[in-house]
Design a protein around this ligand. Structure first.
Ligand code: NAP
Ligand code: MG
Length: 402
């Protein structure tokens, strides 16, 4: 068989620990035998981030702006233990945070649904996609400890030097204070990304905040969404037979739990962080979740939603066999390849991505799966395999399709 050709390289961001091991196996077993894989490689492994004073992360994000499509492996966000373990120069920031701050945009996360893995919520029949705003709020906060007797104020100085002040609190006892911000432009691009995604996938869009309590901050989100919807999307939504609907976050949670699924749930940054883990777990596992960052300028970064699976990595280093689920990492690759194919007009590449995803689902539905899914699956034929065998089993089914 002739290998499938690519035109533009993918920005490849390698990562850490077990997912770095899976990364190489996915390429060796499922990609390079069939595709003339073109990538521009950035090593975001913690050691190399430390060696480059984290410049490599910025360069990888800049390359994503140049080429448009990136695929990222899970990476360690260092804490004190990691600083010691890797003898780091400093506690480098989260690479995901750095990349999101450069690209802006919205993260869409959707469960990968397979037969035999039933959601914990019996009414859920279709996937629920979480759209998470990836800029600002508590992720760009400024916070301080406050000593007893101090007064905290919010001060905004306009460009002519005029000050607007609000007292936050006069502290009798010690406490804490936090400042957050967001930008109209970023909220607007979040809204556009959500409306466009709803249209392209023909699903209803729900959006929720706490605007009854946060009458200026959260209300701004609600207003911007509504203005953009009324002006630019109302007719197209009607033509597509889909709905946009706003409600309070606590009402949304109740409705989501009672729903059938099959819609997009747009969330502010923090809500999206928490709710995507809740939705992923309720559907089965974080390892069965796709995740893509869509920037307002049309850049795409595909990743897995889970971490570097440290516990499995130490087993692997000890020479023990592991049974780590590579589906989310594999779907990051297929998502990126499909998008590259779409942008470059390469139907063969898009077709390959689809067949690889189908082969993956069929492997699990046939009963061949990793330990995490084995614990959940209701299939009578289920069989637990190790990390590498799982990929080889997918390759067997992929071969038949090509
Ligand atoms: P994790 O890597 O997501 O793993 C937590 C546990 O979830 C694992 O120990 C494992 O459970 C299970 N699990 C997660 N992914 C799995 C998979 N693909 N297959 C099978 N089981 C899976 O979280 P963590 O261990 O708390 O974090 C490790 C590192 O990941 C941290 O340094 C953190 O900074 C980083 N992280 C990176 C990202 C990212 O880059 N996107 C996101 C989150 C965390 P069992 O041990 O019970 O088998
Ligand atoms: Mg999280």
């Amino acid at each position: 068989m002739q290998k499938i050709q690519m035109k533009t390289p993918l920005v490849e961001m390698d990562g850490d620990e077990m997912t770095r091991v899976l990364w190489k196996w996915i390429k060796d077993i499922l990609l390079t035998p069939y595709i003339d894989l073109k990538t521009e490689y950035y090593d975001l492994g913690l050691k190399h981030r430390d060696e480059t004073d984290d410049r490599v992360t910025v360069e990888a994000a800049e390359a994503t702006k140049k080429y448009g499509v990136a695929v990222k492996c899970a990476t360690i966000t260092p804490n004190a233990a990691r600083v010691e373990e890797y003898n780091l120069k400093q506690m480098w920031k989260s690479p995901n945070g750095t990349i999101r701050a450069i690209l802006d945009g919205t993260v869409f996360r959707a469960p990968i649904v397979v037969k035999g893995i039933t959601p914990f919520i019996p009414s859920w029949k279709k996937p629920i996609t979480i759209a998470r705003h990836a800029y600002g709020d508590v992720y760009k906060n400024v916070e301080l400890p406050v000593p007893a007797g101090a007064k905290a104020e919010l001060v905004v100085t306009d460009k002519d030097g005029k000050e607007t002040r609000r007292e936050i609190h006069a502290f009798d006892g010690a406490g804490v204070v936090q400042g957050q911000h967001n930008l109209d432009d970023s909220i607007a691009s979040f809204a556009h990304a959500c409306f466009d995604y709803a249209l392209s996938t023909k699903q209803d869009l729900w959006f929720a905040t706490k605007d009854t309590i946060s009458k200026i901050y959260d209300h701004r989100f609600k207003d911007i969404f509504q203005e953009i919807f009324d002006k630019e999307y109302q007719d197209r939504f009607a033509a597509a037979g889909i709905e946009y609907f706003y409600t309070l976050i606590d009402d949304a949670v109740a409705r989501v739990v009672r729903s059938e699924g099959g819609f997009i749930w747009a969330c502010k940054n923090y809500d999206g962080d928490v709710m995507s883990d809740m939705v992923a777990t309720a559907f089965g596992s974080l390892a069965m979740m796709t995740s893509v960052l869509v920037s307002p300028k049309g850049y795409y970064e595909y990743e897995a939603a889970h971490g570097t699976v440290q516990r499995h990595y130490y087993k692997y280093l000890n020479g023990e066999t592991t049974s780590t689920n590579s589906v989310a990492t594999l779907f990051a690759w297929t998502g990126a390849l499909r998008k590259r194919g779409e942008l470059d007009g390469l139907p063969d590449l898009m077709d390959f991505a689809q067949k690889l995803e189908d082969a993956t689902r069929e492997t699990i539905e046939y009963g061949v799966m990793t330990g995490d899914l084995y614990a959940l699956s209701t299939l009578l034929t289920k069989r637990k395999v190790d990390s590498e065998t799982f990929l080889q089993e997918i390759a067997k089914r992929l071969e038949k399709k090509l």
